[in-house]
Design a protein around this ligand. Structure first.
Ligand code: PLP
Length: 228
């Protein structure tokens, strides 16, 4: 177990290298967000010692505690559903938020950021599989939603889109989903050229995600080990 993270990190990097080569993309355009939800601070510190400095958290309280206990130069990404009574913690401790999908939350987060005197990098979460139980706006809402964010919530720096595809879908369905994600991101980029980021891919599908144009891979267990 001692070298577990290091070996897994090397293995993931090899896979990223190969997928970038296949996709004819530069590796510099792809970063790993180590998803550290429910992992101990000592695991984060081990990963940090290997040169990983982007971490993703799903729970605001946990983010707050960890950001205080971990090195100052870590970039924290909030990737979970946002509860309106937690926007203050997110505004204070996160540098990126991947899960913007409601105007009410955008408004409250914008106000909390105003109080903090800071801005946050923001991605809009899209519910690509149109599953009722899942977070995210629908694909056809992307244009109006992103325009509204840009016009009304200046403390959110809009950077692109985030997707959490259904991991249980068939291989063919997943490929189709990846294709439509690539298309949605391209069409957003033609409208808003600053929205260069695409947060897509987890432990299970990060190589396919690179082919689909992902710039941020949210990798949890295959890097940091099983969550407790
Ligand atoms: C937990 C989580 C991940 C990471 O999942 P793994 O299977 O551990 O790689 C990625 N994105 C989101 C939104 C998550 O909640």
């Amino acid at each position: 177990m001692h070298n577990g993270i290091e070996e897994r990190f090397l293995d993931i990097n090899r896979k990223i290298h190969a997928a970038c080569h296949k996709a004819q993309r530069s590796e510099e355009g792809v970063s790993i967000i180590a998803v550290s939800k429910l992992q101990k601070v000592e695991i984060i510190k081990k990963a940090y010692a290997l040169g990983i400095n982007h971490f993703g958290e799903n729970y605001a309280q946990e983010l707050a505690e960890k950001s205080l206990a971990c090195p100052d130069d870590i970039i924290w990404h909030f990737i979970g559903p946002i509860q309106s009574n937690k926007v203050g913690l997110i505004a204070k401790h996160a540098h990126w938020v991947h899960s913007i999908d409601r105007k009410k939350i955008a408004r409250k987060l914008n106000a909390a950021l105003e109080t903090e005197g800071k801005k946050i990098h923001a991605l809009v979460q899209v519910n690509i599989d149109r599953e009722e139980s899942k977070s995210g706006i629908l694909p056809e809402e992307i244009n109006s939603f992103t325009r509204d964010l840009i016009e009304n919530y200046p403390n959110l720096i809009l950077e692109g889109l985030m997707f959490m595809p259904n991991i249980n879908a068939s291989k063919q369905a997943k490929m189709n989903t990846m294709k439509s994600i690539t298309g949605l991101h391209k069409s957003l980029l033609s409208d808003l050229p600053n929205c260069t980021h695409l947060s897509l891919g987890t432990s299970n599908d990060f190589e396919e995600s690179i082919l689909a144009g992902s710039t941020m891979l949210r990798i949890g267990e295959s890097l940091l080990g099983k969550r407790s």
